[in-house]
Design a protein around this ligand. Structure first.
Ligand code: 2P0
Length: 345
């Protein structure tokens, strides 16, 4: 039996992917750029096994529950493409074991709630592709593998890299140039922190896959957004390279707002932000105003949860502001009669 285990972290987009020009190949209507979170926190871990003696047919478990692998479905396509690449290597070198012909058993775990707007499909599909590539000992690099991960879930192509990652929309019809590449590595700007505020861990109402196509079909505002994205991609890449937090923060907040605006312009409209999400925006705006400079940036994906980017030197201030306005049960358990006023949340 051959086995490989790989973990892939969640990525959070600063310039959002929203809309496909090809739904089968998962080719986007615009390029996007994300920050891959630290391996230690939100991640998917996938183990793939191949064995000649396994009963025929591939099987996959997600968080311990078996999922069906449909032929021609997203998972099925990723597996068969990677098998094809393995077959090429076996044809070149006849001493290699014929793993491409053996059934697979794949188990994947997330260390966070699935489908809570925390991008579980991105880390999950990236971990799956990376673990099969390792099992098959494929020579392809991460950008080439991202072409396969993209066909599992668009945002997954970005989770194959750490640090700051761009997904280039590409121009080729077959998707061969729609791939992810690293802008800067995870060690480039270690002072940046991402604070994740779980507003709700319930499964989201409108899935990204169906929501974004409804936007493509019905939103006139999307055309305006698509005109803006190329310069935003350049500007945010420059801001990252030069570690210009204010520029990075403004572009991140503007692009989140632009994405949620096209959701509202979709017909029927899509609401991902709830009242708590909107209050978080106001708290961050007020924090930035009272600080006299931009020290925090909010961004929201296809759900109400906030991700707040801030530099190490300001993260305590950001957490303090969030805790003050949105105390958790733990904060509420402070006994006010045994606590000095300045220690109250
Ligand atoms: C992003 N999102 O760039 C954007 C921001 C949600 C909002 O990528 O249909 O789950 O599998 O390609 O990748 C969510 O879309 O959709 C997403 P599919 P995916 O992170």
């Amino acid at each position: 039996m051959y086995e490989a285990t790989v973990s892939a972290p969640v990525n959070i987009a600063c310039i959002k992917y929203w809309g496909k020009r090809d739904t089968k190949l998962i080719l986007p209507t615009n390029s996007s750029l994300s920050v891959t979170l630290d391996q230690d926190h939100l991640r998917s871990t996938t183990t793939s096994r191949a064995d000649e003696s396994f009963e025929k047919g591939d099987r996959l478990w997600l968080n311990g529950k078996e999922e069906t692998i449909k032929q021609g479905g997203r998972l099925g396509v990723c597996i068969s493409e990677l098998r094809g690449w393995r077959k090429i290597e076996e044809d070149k070198d006849s001493s290699l074991p014929k793993l491409s012909q053996w059934p697979l058993r794949i188990a994947s775990y997330n260390n966070f709630p699935t489908a809570a707007g925390l991008a579980s499909s991105a880390s999950g599909l990236a971990a799956l592709v990376a673990s099969l590539a390792k099992l098959f000992q494929l020579p392809q690099n991460a950008s080439q593998l991202s072409i396969i991960a993209r066909q599992g879930s668009g945002s997954a192509c970005r989770s194959l890299f750490g640090g700051y990652v761009a997904w280039r929309e590409g121009t080729e019809k077959d998707g061969s140039d729609s791939l992810a590449e690293q802008i800067e590595s995870e060690t480039h700007w270690p002072e940046i922190h991402a604070l994740i505020c779980v507003v709700s861990d319930a499964k989201k109402g409108t899935s990204s896959t169906s929501g974004m196509q409804r936007t493509v079909e019905t939103s006139t505002l999307l055309k305006e957004r698509l005109n803006l994205v190329p310069s935003r991609m350049n500007d945010i890449s420059q801001a990252i390279r030069s570690k210009n937090f204010e520029k990075f923060a403004i572009l991140t907040m503007k692009d989140s707002n632009s994405f949620h605006s096209v959701c509202l312009d979709t017909f029927p409209p899509i609401f991902y932000l709830n009242d708590v999400s909107k209050s978080i925006i106001q708290v961050i705006e007020e924090l930035n105003r009272s600080s006299g400079k931009i020290i925090a940036a909010y961004t929201f994906d296809a759900g109400p949860n906030a991700v707040i980017y801030s530099l190490q030197e300001n993260i305590g201030k950001v957490i303090g502001a969030i805790k003050k306005f949105f105390p958790t049960e733990e904060d509420n358990q402070v006994d006010p009669f045994n606590t000095k006023p300045e220690e109250l949340p």
